[in-house]
Design a protein around this ligand. Structure first.
Ligand SMILES: [Zn+2]
Length: 225
């Protein structure tokens, strides 16, 4: 792996993490952003990221067993969840973990997102599930995230936040923004106290095709027969 490519990817992680911060999706010290370098290595934001002061040198280089491979400060304890998803899903090129407000409000209600808008199918793959409660910063949280993700690009983590994945960092940043927007819409709609209408199944096909062609990154074993 050329060191030039790793240096470029370090800058990409900083850019992606700062974009998420600028959009108010992660506060200082919260959340994490990672990219895959190759089959066995990733780069991830450090523990307690101070987003304004994040630099490429602070990004942590790890193998998928969690061993630190080169420069970078202490990895986030939440990296176990990223590693679990990268190990399980070889097509995932980037992961973002958030504690964004609307997603987290739904997470304490243990609610997922029904399919309210077609873009939810195109970009995220459909209905978003909420995990069962686990202890934060454990391998168990990774396992439960993988289960809730299924074929999708996002899952809500009970009493915690969300995990979002994509083929690339740019996709994943976009999906994190869409997820928080959808959570905000659902939260707002629930306040009115009437039925939240969902998209009918006969409208799914075209959007599922786009998802599978452009944005899906789930393991082959989950592919619909
Ligand atoms: Zn977290």
């Amino acid at each position: 792996m050329s060191s030039d490519r790793i240096e470029r990817l370090r800058k990409d992680v900083v850019r992606g993490a700062q974009k998420i911060y600028a959009k108010g999706i992660n506060e200082d010290g919260e959340g994490n952003t990672s990219v895959r370098i190759n089959k066995n290595e990733i780069l991830v934001t450090p523990s307690s990221t101070n987003y304004d002061q994040l630099t490429p040198e602070k990004i942590v280089h790890l193998d998928l067993d969690g061993n630190v491979l080169s420069t970078g400060v202490i990895p986030s304890t939440e990296v176990k969840m990223h590693l679990g998803v990268y190990r399980d899903r070889s097509k995932v090129g980037s992961i973002i973990h958030t504690h964004s407000p609307y997603v987290t409000m739904l997470s304490v209600l243990r609610k997922g997102l029904p399919i309210m808008m077609e873009q939810q199918i195109t970009f995220l793959g459909g209905e978003i599930r909420c995990t069962d409660i686990t202890k934060a910063h454990t391998d168990e949280m990774g396992t439960s995230a993988i289960e809730a993700l299924g074929i999708k690009n996002a899952a809500i983590l009970a009493n915690h936040g969300a995990i979002i994945c994509g083929k690339s960092l740019d996709h994943t940043v976009r999906f994190a923004v869409i997820l928080e927007k959808l959570a905000k819409i659902y939260w707002g709609a629930l306040q009115v106290g009437e039925t939240v209408f969902t998209i009918p199944e006969e409208n799914f096909e075209e959007h599922e095709k786009l998802f599978n062609a452009l944005f899906a990154c789930y393991p082959r074993r989950l592919k619909k027969k």
